[in-house]
Design a protein around this ligand. Structure first.
Ligand SMILES: [Zn+2]
Length: 317
């Protein structure tokens, strides 16, 4: 008799209903969370697919690096050891690096595009690459295209948002000339690295034509390629790019140019500190995870484009 009473008393005291299963609340919460995550991912994919989608197969693979260096607070750096292991991994996976001239032949339609060929680019032309990237690339016979900011040659990167820590110096003309012998070609990244979409037509012209002429005069080589600062451009800027005599202009994640090859809105995939071998393969292979990498890149590029605004804010603090 006593044994049949005790369980009833226990149930009443604990307040737990008769049909309770241990851990049920946790399972319910996990289920709701999983559904919410799946719904959010599906919504992000749909937005990406409608807004941008996969690039057309005729659009060549181009990687955009910035700094190859030890730790800094910005996000556009890759440690030297990781940079080398990324390039080695791509070589092991059958990728081949082409030079600027070969790339131009592809976009001119004079050469077939291969999904295993990659153009390696560096924005801003930092001196740190002299020790951390170019010796390795030269030893492997890998060409690259470097975009110089012509008014900052040999100077520190005061155009960039200042993160406490250190400044980075740009290559000077002597260093750039030496690199010409080692498979490096140079393009323009404008004169002062301003967001071109904020300038009047005359200012855009000066940034594009002025930098092209100065680099050509100093290096004694024609400049064919342009990299838009922060990847930003519009139809008027494209007109000026063509008028200045460029044969190719690179953005990062252009809104236009996804569906066809456009020589003045060329897509590049940025490589940042958060990238892994897997994410790099997804960027170039354009596989099932490509859309996540593309979306991530667009978000990072959007934040980077706030640099002039944040610099303006910082002056008033
Ligand atoms: Zn830049």
């Amino acid at each position: 008799m006593l044994s049949s009473i005790v369980p009833i008393v226990d149930r009443v005291d604990s307040g737990i209903p008769d049909n309770h299963i241990p851990g049920e609340e946790i399972v319910d919460a996990l289920g709701v969370t999983a559904i919410a995550v799946v719904a959010a991912v599906a919504a992000a994919y749909l937005v990406w697919r409608v807004r941008w989608g996969y690039p057309h197969q005729s659009i060549p693979r181009v990687l955009a690096y910035h700094k190859v260096t030890g730790f800094e607070l910005g996000g556009t750096w890759v440690p030297p050891g990781r940079f080398i292991s990324q390039i080695e991994m791509l070589l092991e996976n059958g990728y081949r690096f082409i030079d600027e001239e070969t790339f131009l032949e592809v976009i001119d339609g004079r050469r077939r595009q291969s999904s295993r060929e990659v153009l390696l680019t560096f924005d801003d032309g930092y001196r740190i690459l002299l020790s951390n990237a170019f010796p390795y690339l030269a030893s492997r016979g890998i060409p690259s295209l470097v975009f110089l900011v012509s008014s900052y040659i040999g100077k520190e990167n005061t155009w960039e948002l200042y993160w406490p820590g250190r400044r980075f110096r740009h290559l000077d003309w002597f260093e750039a000339r030496d690199l010409l012998q080692g498979g490096v070609s140079f393009g323009s990244h404008t004169r002062t690295h301003r967001n071109l979409t904020n300038l009047q037509r005359e200012g855009v012209r000066e940034e594009l034509a002025g930098s092209k002429k100065e680099i050509e005069d100093r290096l004694g080589r024609p400049v064919y390629s342009l990299s838009y600062p922060f990847g930003r451009f519009d139809a008027g800027i494209i007109d000026e790019t063509e008028r200045a005599g460029y044969r190719a202009a690179f953005s990062l994640y252009p809104g236009r140019g996804c569906g066809r090859l456009d020589r003045y809105a060329l897509r590049r995939d940025g490589v940042y500190i958060i990238d892994t071998h897997r994410s790099l393969r997804a960027k170039l292979g354009r596989d099932g995870l490509f859309w996540i990498e593309d979306l991530k890149g667009r978000v990072i590029n959007g934040v980077a484009a706030l640099t002039p605004f944040l610099k303006g804010m910082a002056k008033h603090i």
